[in-house]
Design a protein around this ligand. Sequence first.
Ligand code: 5SP
Length: 247
Amino acid sequence: LSATTQHRATRVEALRRASGQGTIVVSPSLAKANLCCLGEEVKAVVDAGAEWLHLSVQDGRMVPKISFGTPLVAAVRKVVPEEIILDVKLSVVEPEHRLRDFVEAGADILSVHPEATLQLPAVINAIDAAGCATGAVLNPGTSVSTIEPILDRLDVIVVMLVNPGWGGPKYLETALDKIKTLRALCAKRGLHPWIEVDGGISSKNAPALLQAGANALVAGGSVFTADDKRAAIGALKGGTAPPRVPA
Ligand SMILES: O=C(CO)[C@@H](O)[C@H](O)COP(=O)(O)O
């Protein structure tokens, strides 16, 4: 295995081990960083305790905006410490055609929208086969039943509080219901994926989301606009961690 592949295998293995152990991670969303000094912004949040970095890749079709692609992912991979997880959300149509590029760019988690492909199980299998952690994104209007058939193959489930790329209202209650439903379903099957919440996450709504069973917090504005990023990350984590799952 190349060093790159080995390093990713180590990160993904650590990610899978840590899920369900009561760990809470914060994944600052680079969409809200100052892209003119991205290297400094990334260093600041990593130094402030971020374990993951969230990269929302948007193609202007799956969501109305176009954000960035593999060059930015590869650039970030080059400058972050080896243990930092690149949490890539592919808000793109037909992600099956993009996987290899993002694997080679250095993604560790690849999350896709169920609506974006006609071949969701195959896409999830391909992400896993490439050595990445698998993820599925539930927009506010996407039900848990959409991913139930592949639930046992998901490392990460992203529960959106907003419709990505649109901003607009935050669907907190919908997200809380989904998280509780997911945790109950996973408990029945002995599964403990990361449940990541994304869209307007702050120290105000994080406690309820963590209490419901979320354990990964995407945070854009709440971290990148903070003068004290370490305090901002600590405030997000201040909620109650989900119950430990017996090993
Ligand atoms: O993908 C998206 C937006 O489409 C999110 O990841 C946001 O970038 C999160 O930023 P905040 O809502 O936390 O400021």
